[in-house]
Structures are given as C-alpha cells and as structure tokens.
Write a protein of this length. Structure first.
Lengths: 159, 297
C-alpha cells in the first residue's frame, strides 16, 4: 500500500511523516514520530485521552487522519511545558493530585490549557462542560476541576 | 488499486473527477468532512478499503455567506466555527444549538452539519433543525449542481439522495424575516455526550400582533428519518402560539412519530416525549420571534 508523505508542524517544529491513508493522527504521532505522550483510550472519540490542538483547535487525534494534518500546526502534550518548566496546568494537576493512573492526564491537560487560552476565568460549570469529552476512570472529576480552577486563579494573579 | 487511498481535492471539479473515476472502476469512495462518524465506522463494522475524498479543502464547502435574502453554510464548516459566528447565531439560534449538542468540545472542532446530514442517522441532531429552518441541500455533481429540500435528502437509515459522483456543497436558507425564531430541543438521559431519544425543531414567524403566519416543525429519532410534520405547523399558524396551539402541535408530533423501542426508550415513551419537546421548542421559538418583531436581526 502506498504511503502518503505528510509535512506538518508539531509543537513548533517542522516534521515529516509517511502515513497510510487511513492511519489516525494519533497512530501517526505515536508510531511514525515516536511521540507517545498522546494516549489512546477508546479510539472512538468518546474519552478525549488523545486530545491535541490542530491549528489551535481542540480535537481528538483518533478522529483525525495523519494525512489530514498536512500543513497544520499540531500541539501535543509534549509541547505544553516550556523546556523543563511545567505549564501551570501541569503543576496544578500535580499539586492537587488530580491523577492516578495517568492515561487520561495528557488529554485533560491539553484540553484544560485550550480552555484557559480562550477563557482565562471559566466558572465551574464551564469547566465541567468543556471537559465533558475527557473521561477519567480513576479519580473522579472534582480534583481535576479544582486543578483547572487553581490554574486559572494563578494565571489571573500573574496577569 | 487496493487498500485505502486519500484524495484532497481543492475544487468542485477535481472532487467530482475523483468520485467519477472511482465509480468507473468500481472502487468505493467515501466522502470525508470532519470525520467524526466516518473514522469510527471505518474502525468498527465497515472496514472495506476505499478512497477517502476529503472535501474540506474546497472553497464552497468552507464558506459561510450571510446575505439579505439568503444564507449559505458550507457542508464542511466545523460546528465550533459556526457557533463562533455571532451573526449566524442571531439568525438561527436553534440550528446552532442543535450543532452544539453533538459530542464534546473535541468533536465540535471537527464535526460539521453537512457531515451530520450525510451520515443520515435517524437521531442526527441537526437534521430536524435544518428541516424546520427550511434548509435546501446544494449538491454538486457531474452535470453541475442541483438543489433539494432537506426533508427529501435522507431516504433511510444511513441512506441519502447523493449519487455516486455527487457530494453536498452546503445548505441554503432564506434569511429569516423580522418576527422569526427557531429552536431545537432533544431529550437524552444525561446532560452531555449522548444520542437523542427524541428531538424536535421548530421555526416560526409572527406578525406585528404576535399571530403566527408561518411555521415548520420537524421531529427526529422517532422514525427511520427526521420528519417534517405539516400538521404540527398548521396547529401553530393563525394562533398566538398559546397553550392550546402548543398542545395541538405537540399532539400532532406524537401522532406523526413511528418510533422503535430500544435501550433509550419505548415506543410509547418516545411518542409522548416528542410531543413535549415540540411544545417546549415551539414556545422558545415563539419567544425568540417576539424579540425579533420589527427589528432587523
């Protein structure tokens, strides 16, 4: 089967990959680029573990094809921290113990950062609706929501 | 050619060329917009290799045009993009709410109302809303484009009127007159991330005295396809959309429904709920219309 050459940007770096036509962006990131931070949960768009930003918009990378990412800017969990300095959302997840097994965490962090980028002061209802497409089977959601609220508060304090 | 292939046409002619060449060679083509249904189907029960024809890179499928007479919504515009368009939201709040109900934030970033329509599920949330708003499907094909009322587009469960070398360019609506309002409501047992048990879309226009002069009512998830219910519209037209008219419209929807029983609800339950949803959606559409009387939207 012929593979398709895809040129894209991942976390600000120009990258190239060879994808099968029906290969998901999730599989292409993990298997072709070796970027395994993005997780597969359900592979049907229900759980959000594979969340990435495509041209700034939050999407499930399991519901995009690698070939569809041609020319796009993709941001994955690996691009959220600045070098060794964690993003405030990542730090607050640690401080609030908002994770157990960690499979859902990259998706939650990418999704939460996307929310705070467009709405720096979301109320609890907004956070819960925004994150309705991210499922956690370990902790329950209260600690996760509190971590996002704490991150928003710190961002507001810094601003 | 075996296996999956991917085509990314950038013009209507190029897309039709791909579809025609596949049709001529007996190869399957699959139209791809946001992919939120297609990719799931490809991985579960329908793995037959095919050409994925990505229609997102054609100018027409990405356009939103709002004119004094007509509104055009490209088939591949993601729901999130539609819901960020304040002008469109003011004109068709019900239609945009129906799109906003589908899936998560992540799904919203990709899924389109054109894709929802072409997936042709009985429970597709945008379909009753499009029908209520009088949406016309603009279909591109080898002989140019043709138009068809949305209520005729879906022909069965997962089936629609698209021919082998055709694809949906977008949807055309008349720009609502002053005194118009629309609404869509669905019932699901939770608040997010579920498939409609029943749904109802209503669009209506009131005159200066608050009397309904035009209405369209459509119901979803209670028959193999979304249905236009003229009897429900007739129950609203000529009234002040008061309690009696709402009850009559609701009863007409319950009577028009021919639901199945499944894990989401029994036949009797769906029949009752679709009437309630029609009543409530009609009341919301009426209140929105009252707010629009005399003013340009």
């Amino acid at each position: 089967m012929s593979r398709v050459h895809v040129t894209l940007s991942v976390n600000g770096e120009p990258r190239e990959m060879l994808c099968e036509a029906h290969q998901s962006l999730l599989d292409a990131l993990r298997d072709e680029l070796g970027m395994t931070g993005t997780k597969e949960g359900c592979a049907t768009g229900d759980c959000g573990a594979c969340s990435v930003l495509a041209d700034g918009r939050l999407v499930c990378s399991c519901l995009m094809l690698g070939v569809e990412a041609e020319g796009m800017d993709i941001t994955t969990i690996e691009g959220i921290a600045q070098g060794s300095e964690l993003h405030v959302v990542q730090r607050k997840f640690l401080e609030a113990a908002a994770l157990q097994c960690g499979i859902c965490t990259p998706g939650f962090i990418v999704a939460a950062k996307a929310l705070l980028d467009q709405n720096p002061n979301p109320d609890e209802t907004t956070i819960r609706y925004w994150l309705a497409g991210n499922l956690c089977r370990c902790t329950g959601y209260d600690k996760i929501v509190r971590a996002v609220q704490d991150a928003a508060q710190e961002l507001a304090y810094e601003a | 050619m075996e296996g999956y292939a991917y085509a990314r046409p950038t013009s209507v002619a190029e897309a039709i060329g791909v579809l025609q060449s596949d049709a001529a060679s007996g190869r399957r083509s699959q139209l791809l917009a946001g992919g939120t249904d297609v990719l799931v189907q490809m991985r579960s029960n329908d793995r037959e290799p095919r050409t994925l024809v990505d229609v997102k890179h054609i100018a027409e499928t990405n356009r939103v045009d709002i004119g004094d007479e007509e509104v055009f919504i490209g088939a591949a515009v993601p729901s999130a993009v539609l819901n960020e368009n304040a002008q469109l939201k003011a004109l068709f709040p019900g239609l945009l709410e129906s799109a906003d109900l589908i899936g998560s934030t992540q799904i919203q970033g990709r899924a389109s109302i054109g894709g929802n329509l072409c997936n042709s599920s009985p429970a597709g949330d945008t379909i009753p809303a499009i029908i209520a708003d009088g949406g016309i499907c603009v279909i591109a094909g080898p002989d140019g484009s043709r138009e068809m009322p949305c209520e005729e587009f879906v022909t069965g469960v997962g089936q629609n009127a698209l021919g082998a070398a055709e694809f949906l360019l977008g949807l055309k609506f008349k720009t609502p007159a002053s005194g118009s309002g629309d609404a869509y409501l669905r019932f699901i047992p939770r608040t997010e991330m579920d498939i409609a048990v029943a749904g109802a879309g209503v669009a209506l226009t009131l005159d200066g005295g608050g009397t309904c002069t035009a209405a369209r009512v459509s119901i979803g998830a209670v028959a193999p396809t979304a249905l236009l219910v003229p009897e429900a519209a007739e129950a609203l037209i000529g009234t002040q959309v008061d309690a009696a008219a709402l009850a009559a419209a609701g009863a007409a929807c319950s009577a028009a429904a021919s639901p199945i029983a499944d894990k989401r609800g029994t036949v009797a339950y769906r029949r009752k709920v679709v009437g309630v949803l029609c009543r409530r959606a009609s009341a919301i559409a009426r209140d929105r219309a009252l707010n629009n009387i005399g003013g340009s939207q």
